[in-house]
Ligand binder design. Structure first.
Ligand code: PBG
Length: 325
């Protein structure tokens, strides 16, 4: 009556479990998303993202240095402008909040980290869409590409190592690559948000950037029901010159992540988004989840599904836990 096979033998002490563990997470694989608010003199909390801040220039610089010291692999910067308009002028203005922050951070950190910028108009437009609109209020794909091209040049010239086009416009990677190359910015990389879904999990982020959006992004972001479409989006971005590709959100899209990881010749990133963060924090605050274990389990799942890089608001804290793991 003895079982022939005893998988439990590989679980019966911490040392054995450590020896046979299949998935590792290194601090260098984590990227910290950060928010900079124009005109802020003090960092401000974001109610729906407890522990995450809208930074002032000064606090952003300090927090970025701390994050790099903690060993995180990169920083993804989002700007919250004081003024917005129909075409998102703050995005292309070299003195716009995000471009100023990129210059601050590049001069502070040099090449010690991979400095990334969100290349998208939604934070900068008064209607909150990721692109400019036609007279009848639809998002104008090709007019938006022209703005993205200018935004990309401004961000690269401000010191971003990588750009993160997150607007899901058709042809955005090619338009940005052509613009960068034409300006001699051939070293600037593109982390393509290739498979970005129209997700309810972005809710807290829209608080973080004080989004003006009414309605939804379903004409440009992907339908959560679709997987093969994500692979097609990845192929197009690779054709257009993406240096790395991303799936977003992460936890509800692990099957997409796995499929992308299997076909992508370039590094694959996953974005553990604001709603994933808020969900765990809210439950943990009520004592309903063991916060730290839950965080590590989610990060492990995202890595196991195939992400080489994970964008997470817990990057610094997790890096500290993992430093000697
Ligand atoms: C768009 C952008 C969004 C996020 C990252 N880039 C919001 C959106 O598409 O509505 C969401 C990130 C998060 O939820 O953490 N610039």
């Amino acid at each position: 009556m003895f079982p022939t096979h005893r998988p439990r033998r590989l679980r019966n002490t911490p040392a054995v479990r450590r020896l046979v563990s299949e998935t590792t997470i290194r601090p260098r694989q984590l990227v910290l998303p950060m928010f900079i608010k124009e005109g802020a003199t003090e960092p401000a909390p974001i109610e729906s993202m407890p522990g995450v801040l809208q930074h002032s220039r000064d606090s952003l610089r300090k927090a970025a240095v701390d994050a790099v010291r903690a060993g995180v692999g990169g920083l993804m910067i989002f700007g919250v402008p004081a003024r917005r308009d129909a075409v998102g002028s703050g995005a292309t203005d070299p003195n716009g909040v995000l471009n100023v922050a990129l210059r601050d951070l590049r001069s502070e950190l040099g090449d010690d980290t991979v400095l990334m910028a969100d290349t998208c108009l939604d934070e900068f437009t008064d209607h909150g869409h990721c692109g400019v609109l036609t007279p009848d209020g639809r998002v104008d794909n090709d007019a938006t590409l022209r703005v993205y091209a200018d935004m990309a040049i401004a961000q690269a010239e401000s010191g971003a190592h990588w750009l993160g086009p997150s607007g899901m416009m058709d042809g955005q990677i090619g338009a940005i690559r052509t613009a960068l190359d034409g300006a001699g910015l051939t070293d600037t990389g593109i982390l393509a948000y290739s498979a970005k879904y129209a997700s309810a999990f972005y809710g807290p982020f829209r608080d973080a950037v004080e989004s003006a959006l009414q309605g939804d992004r379903k004409t440009y972001q992907q339908d959560p029901a679709n997987l093969t479409e994500a692979l097609r989006e990845v192929e197009l971005d690779l054709d257009e010159g993406a240096d790395a590709v991303m799936v977003k959100p992460a936890l509800a899209y692990l099957d997409v992540l796995r499929a992308v990881a299997e076909m992508s010749p370039v590094p694959v990133a996953a974005y553990q988004v604001s709603g994933e963060y808020a969900m765990v924090e809210a439950a943990a605050a009520r004592g309903w989840l063991d916060r730290d274990r839950t965080i590590l389990e989610t990060l492990t799942a995202i890595r196991r599904a195939g992400a080489d890089i994970v964008l997470t608001y817990w990057a610094v804290e997790a890096a500290a836990w993992l430093a000697n793991a």
